[in-house]
Design a protein around this ligand. Structure first.
Ligand SMILES: *[C@@H]1O[C@H](CO)[C@@H](O)[C@H](O)[C@H]1NC(C)=O
Ligand SMILES: *[C@@H]1O[C@H](CO)[C@@H](O)[C@H](O)[C@H]1NC(C)=O
Ligand SMILES: *[C@@H]1O[C@H](CO)[C@@H](O)[C@H](O)[C@H]1NC(C)=O
Ligand SMILES: *[C@@H]1O[C@H](CO)[C@@H](O)[C@H](O)[C@H]1NC(C)=O
Length: 259
């Protein structure tokens, strides 16, 4: 009986061995922001034998290392020089969270937090996703005699879903989305245009991104009285001409009669 309990005790002890905790799901980081890669472990009072290694999962590039009580930059990948920071005050509390400044598309991917101290060794893996918020869409309207083009231009990342809807919420499928060559890595430059033969309309432009949803309304209307107003002016001019010519004819007639 006793050996059996002993065995169970060993197994349970093995099961709750040194654990390194990282966020389970992907973490979205905005372009240019400082990413915080969370990583927690069971602290040990003796910091001298603490080793923290942050590496890229894909190719084992060294992102940041800490051992012998200080940051070690000898093997750090050139991609991360001057961009990483480990808070030393937090290490004693079991917090090996790393910050990476100026996040870009190349930084997206998987990272490993490998920790070793007097209590054991363990590692956790987390994923970072890159995103860039779409800029405020810039509106332009092109009027032609046959149609009207409503166009929005904007840039961001990743490719968003774009909808154009009528005032009743119905999908307008006759829009064109154009992706222009990115001037900058990690940014799509987009143009979306809606062409209509209607001279008056109320449409809604919608952009949907994992992190963002934009709605912009475009209402084009014209003054109903504009045409009749023009007619009135034309009519007045005609009347005036008629009156003038009649008077002139009358005057000619009178003069002819006087002779
Ligand atoms: C890192 O920072 C140091 C000191 O500010 C600077 O001399 C060095 O050129 C920087 N390296 C890179 C790759 O930016
Ligand atoms: C861990 O350290 C980071 C960086 O200093 C800090 O932002 C974060 O709040 C800490 N996490 C915990 C759970 O204390
Ligand atoms: C335009 O349509 C939206 C619904 O998509 C509605 O809320 C709004 O009142 C309309 N505006 C005009 C001026 O008709
Ligand atoms: C419009 O299209 C989007 C996606 O293409 C869809 O999710 C939505 O339900 C549609 N709306 C209507 C009113 O059909």
């Amino acid at each position: 009986m006793l050996p059996c309990f002993l065995w169970l005790w060993i197994v349970l002890r093995g099961a709750d061995s040194f654990s390194v905790r990282v966020p389970p799901g992907p973490v979205v980081v905005a372009r240019g922001a400082t990413a915080l890669l969370s990583c927690e472990f069971e602290p040990d009072l003796n910091l001298s034998n603490l080793v923290v290694n942050w590496q890229r999962q894909e190719d084992d590039r060294v992102v940041h290392s800490f051992y012998y009580g200080k940051d070690q930059f000898d093997r750090q990948s050139s991609d991360y020089i001057n961009r990483t920071q480990l808070n030393h005050n937090e290490l004693a509390k079991g917090n090996a969270s790393l910050s990476i400044a100026n996040f870009g598309l190349k930084d997206a991917g998987k990272y490993k937090c490998i920790v070793s101290n007097g209590k054991g060794t363990g590692n956790g893996e987390l994923q970072l996703v890159y995103a860039a918020f779409f800029s405020e869409p810039r509106l332009s309207i092109h009027l032609k005699s046959s149609n009207v083009t409503v166009q929005y231009e904007m840039e961001g990342y990743p490719m968003p879903e774009i909808l154009w809807q009528g005032s009743g919420g119905q999908n307008l499928t006759d829009h064109q989305d154009e992706v222009l060559s990115a001037s900058d890595e990690g940014l799509y430059y987009l143009k979306s245009s809606y062409v209509t033969q209607n001279s008056a309309f109320n449409v809604t432009f919608t952009l949907i991104n994992p992190q963002q949803e934009l709605h912009r309304h475009v209402i084009l209307s014209y003054d109903e009285n504009m045409n009749s107003g023009t007619s009135v002016v034309v009519l007045s001019i005609l009347c005036c001409l008629l009156l003038c010519s009649t008077s002139f004819l009358l005057w000619l007639y009178c003069r002819a009669k006087q002779k």
